[in-house]
Structure formats: C-alpha cells, structure tokens
Design a protein around this ligand. Structure first.
Ligand SMILES: Nc1ncnc2c1ncn2[C@@H]1O[C@H](COP(=O)(O)OP(=O)(O)OP(=O)(O)O)[C@@H](O)[C@H]1O
Ligand SMILES: [Mg+2]
Length: 351
C-alpha cells in the first residue's frame, strides 16, 4: 500500500483528459461492479500532471460521483509521471524493523528530490539470506496535496494515493491471475503519459512512465492542419467528415510520425529493461495494452509489427461480475480501455 491506509473506497482516476471512477464490492474472486463513471475534462485543465483548475476538476469529480450514485465517501486515487519515482533496490539482509529505521537513509541515494519534499513508501518484495529486495515509491508532496485538494473540494476523502502503474498491475493480476512464468508488458497509453510496467507473474520487474500519449496525435493534427482541439480529436478518432476539405492522405503520415515516436519510446524502455536483466526467463512474451490512447485505429497492430510482439487489449472487467441490466455492455466495451487504472485503484478498496 502506498502513501496511506487501506479502507473500503471507490477508485478515482484523475487523468489529464478525463475523470474515471469505479466502485466494486465483494472480494477477489467474486468481485461485482457497483458503479462506474467517466467524464471528460476541458483541454488544459491538467498540465504536466498538475491540476491547473482545481474547481473544474472537483466539479467533474462531484458530477461523476453524483450522476453514478457512488456510495463511498472515500476514494483511492493514483499519481503518475515525472513526480513519481519508483525504484527496486537491493539491500543487505535485515529485519522489517531495521528497514523501517533505515529506509530514509537508503532512499536518499535513489530519490532525486529532497526527502522532506516527498511522500515515501516501500514494500519488501523479496528476502533471503544474502539480500533484502525493496520496492520504493516516492511522490512529490505538492503533487499529492494538489490531488487531495481537488478530491476534498468535491466532498470526498482521499483514503489512499496509489501509483497508476501499480494500479494497472493490480487490475491485471486480479483479472488474469498470471502464473509465475508469464512475463508481460502492461502498457497504458493515456492522453499525456504512457505507463509501462513489465511484470513476471505478480512481480514488477521494471516500470517507466513516458510523457507521450494520445494527445500528441491530436497536437500534431491541430498544428499541421490548422484545426481546433475538438476538430483534431474527431479527425484522430476517424469520425467521418469531421472537417471538410481535409484529405485522408494528409492525415496518415502525420499519425505515422507519432506512432513511430510511441514505438521508439517503448523500444527504448525494453532496452533499459534488458540492460538490467539478462536471463532468458524474463523475456517479454506479450504486451497488454490499455488506456484511451490505445483505441487509435490500427495502433495495436502497428505496435505489434514494429515491436515484434503480440499486442492484446487488456480487459479490466475480465473477472468482475457486471450486471448487464445496470450497465450497457456496448458502452462498457467502448470505454473498457480507459477504465483499467480506475479498476486497479478500486481494487485497493476491496482486496
Ligand atoms: N477512439 C479513439 N481513437 C483514438 N484516440 C482515442 C479514442 N478514444 C480516446 N482516445 C484518446 O485517448 C486519450 C485519453 O485516454 P485516457 O483516458 O486513458 O487518458 P487520461 O487518463 O485522461 O490521461 P493521462 O493518464 O495521460 O493523464 C486521449 O488522447 C484521447 O484522444
Ligand atoms: Mg490515465
């Protein structure tokens, strides 16, 4: 658990383009979807992870909760991007008490910020006679305060601040129950950030947040074709005749350029990862893709061809019971990619 205590709560994913909310009940193995919400944020409300318009975001959070009859008073939310530092560190063998006493001292070496400016959490991921493996996560305190303010203004309590990439992993684990030999790359393509988490079974081997996402495609279309944000979004999503006078053939090369950047960043991540692991037990077998950015027409196939790996769409509701009388299956499958992080956050509230 990162930066807080566990409670029964809803998962609230405040993304830079939209707010997603998921409420679950039951336990792992018999989870039910209780409520679900999704609302877009105006362009530029959140820039570089920072909420610029607190009132706008809190109004959207309040609406999402009210319109979808969220009963929980508390929420689990997540952070990602530059202000979050995640490191797997290896220390000499030590007890939990010894680690607790010395964690700040060890963390200082790995966190590029003053420790007084960050919230720090850690988890022992392995312990043997030679070493203690510890996962440390730190987030700039001002980023956490900023998110908490928006939630409190909306009348909810922030119970836990998690990290998006771990919420994604949690969503994968609960839905897919991977066996220990499966090495999978979880890739969540949001509007402004891609979360990459390479996992073996239920262990995270490597994580990286990359500040590239769906909004890059929109930006390029906007700038190159002189469109408004809304027009560029519609063109990107393939809405027929979104803008008169724009030829199909002028769109493709622009999109391809950004796809190439996306693929290159993922490839770079694989190269960093390979530099830290050498054994062939940890070769990535496939990519599970999520996030609204992954819905771009042809992107999954294109990434699969460029990275020479199978790419599948992650189903965040694979092992969750959904009452189809309450939730429209067509709507659910349309917004499924965007809900992965919110589902993972919601699971912190029940599991
Ligand atoms: N059908 C579609 N085709 C192409 N792109 C799409 C489609 N639907 C949504 N997107 C894009 O997905 C992105 C939003 O995805 P998501 O909701 O996962 O991001 P976010 O959580 O708001 O952002 P971040 O996590 O980066 O802060 C936007 O760039 C949006 O244009
Ligand atoms: Mg997101």
């Amino acid at each position: 658990m990162l930066f807080g205590k566990k409670k029964s709560v809803a998962g609230l994913d405040i993304g830079s383009s939209s707010v997603k909310m998921v409420e679950l009940d039951g336990k792992v193995g018999s989870l039910n979807l209780v409520s679900l919400g999704f609302e877009n944020l105006p362009d530029d409300t959140i820039i570089d992870g920072q909420i610029m318009e607190l009132n706008v975001v809190s109004d959207v959070i309040r609406n999402v909760c009210t319109n979808n009859k969220v009963s929980a008073d508390s929420v689990v939310t997540g952070v990602s991007g530059h202000s979050v530092i995640i490191k797997n560190i290896i220390l000499p063998p030590m007890s939990e008490d010894e680690l607790e006493e010395s964690i700040d001292w060890h963390a200082e070496e790995h966190i590029p910020y003053d420790l007084s400016d960050v919230s720090l959490d850690y988890q022992i991921t392995g312990n043997n006679s030679d070493s203690t493996h510890v996962l440390i996560a730190a987030c700039k305190r001002d980023r956490i305060d900023n998110v908490c303010q928006a939630i409190q203004l909306a009348g909810k309590q922030p119970a836990v601040i998690d990290v998006d990439t771990f919420a994604l992993q949690n969503c994968y684990e609960v839905n897919y129950q991977p066996d220990e030999s499966q090495v999978v790359t979880l890739l969540n393509i949001g509007a402004s950030t891609m979360n990459v988490n390479i996992v073996k079974g239920t262990r995270s081997l490597f994580t990286r947040d990359i500040t590239v996402g769906g909004s890059q495609f929109t930006d390029v279309l906007q700038r190159s074709l002189g469109l408004s944000f809304q027009q560029a979004e519609a063109v990107k999503r393939g809405v027929n005749h979104a803008v008169d006078g724009i030829e199909e053939k002028s769109i493709e090369p622009l999109m391809n350029n950004v796809t190439e950047i996306v693929a290159m960043e993922i490839q770079k991540t694989f190269d960093f990862y390979r530099a830290t692991t050498e054994d062939n037990q940890t070769v990535v077998q496939k990519i599970l893709i999520s996030g609204g950015g992954s819905k771009l027409n042809g992107l999954a196939q294109d990434l699969s061809a460029r990275l020479e790996l199978p790419v599948e769409v992650l189903d965040p509701f694979r092992s969750i019971k959904v009452d189809t009388r309450k939730f429209d299956p067509d709507y659910l499958s349309e917004i499924m990619p965007e809900m992965a992080v919110a589902v993972g956050l919601a699971m912190r509230g029940v599991s």
